[in-house]
Ligand binder design. Sequence first.
Ligand code: PA5
Length: 446
Amino acid sequence: MAVSLDTRYLNGFLSDYELQGLQPQVTAAHNLLHSGSGMGNDYLGWLTLPTDYDKEEFARIQQAAQRIAQDTDVFIAIGIGGSYLGARAVIEFLKSPLYNNLKKDTPDIYFAGNSISSAALAELLQLCEGRRVSINVISKSGTTTEPAIAFRVFRDYLEKTVGKDEARRRIYVTTDKEKGTLKSFADREGYETFVVPDDVGGRFSVLTAVGLLPIAVAGCDIEALMKGAAEAQTALCNPDVMQNDCYRYAALRNILLRKGRSVELMVSYEPRYALMSEWWKQLYGESEGKDGKGLFPASVIFSTDLHSLGQFVQDGSNILTETVVLIDESPVNVVIEEDAENIDGLNFLAGSTMAQINQKAFEGTVLAHTDGGTPNMVLHVPTVSEHELGYLIYFFEKACAISGYLLGVNPFNQPGVEAYKKNMFALLGKPGYEDQKAVLEQRLGR
Ligand code: PA5
């Protein structure tokens, strides 16, 4: 199995009978999900996606990635939320957070349209100067403000620097198969398009063209990624909560929430995992945080954050559960050498690898934190590979759906995301929002 759950550090926080007691609800959640009769059931495409995806489009993604590798120095992926986090997380995990600085035969990849910062956009434009640029604008709705603004700016940049015809060849659009402004625009201009399936929501879309094109451009093996997810699709179907680690994880976090553990802290000892935690935060935050319910998803990188948040985790309010994602085998290793003078006193580590020291940091920390009153779960990922990451992605997606149903929420909508947008549009004077504008201006004291 590519991913396994170790629950030994929950001893004293909950017992097996509490987990077994949740079996009827887990079975009900499993049945709702697999019969397609639960809330949000028109967004279940991700459930069978690893085996049931558009093979013709998949081949087009691979071809486009090859073409981009040959004709592009800088690839700009424009998108926000579910239309960017997954791709960035996979690239940073499989390649490196320093991917752009590595020696490689694939383009640099930057992500735009995920904020409204003019500084961020201006810096990216500067990085493009004198280099061959291609862009992939990704938006399921085709109307999201942040990527729409970035697309306008980069499209204009391309058209001015290489001309309209060459720009057309360098613009790739990932959006709905027929709806939305972006789709109409792409059709009119003749851009190559890829589809976000109707039944796959943004935060569940990393294994569609949304994630796959940028991931393939980075030189990752997207076939292996899909195969890993397909293995998880087959392996994680047993409704028995004691036999299925994915369901056990969902059930345990639900029990811990009921015991007042309202924050789940995703922990990794590898900086390359930081963006995976961001992806996970969106997946769980948007899926569960509604109707006044849900665990707040937070994340840290240890040992880095042991020197900032470690004090709170050890000794602060008892609101946390830690979920540690442990990469069992480091892809590279640095060995500590013997030093004749030993002025730094580190010779007791001579001959050890950094991975061994990191493992001891984990062991020391997990014991200290459980002693301090924080329950810990550990997810073991054997190593850094496409196959295992595909498995892990599917594991988290399925656990999230089961978890949402256990909580009694619709895990596939995000009504709360609209509130800020309506206010922002009204304040910006978007046509149709005139009434709200006056009310909001008054509240802002103008
Ligand atoms: O998970 C979601 O649905 C959201 O985070 C969306 O991905 C995000 O808001 C971007 O939407 P769109 O792809 O329509 O631009």
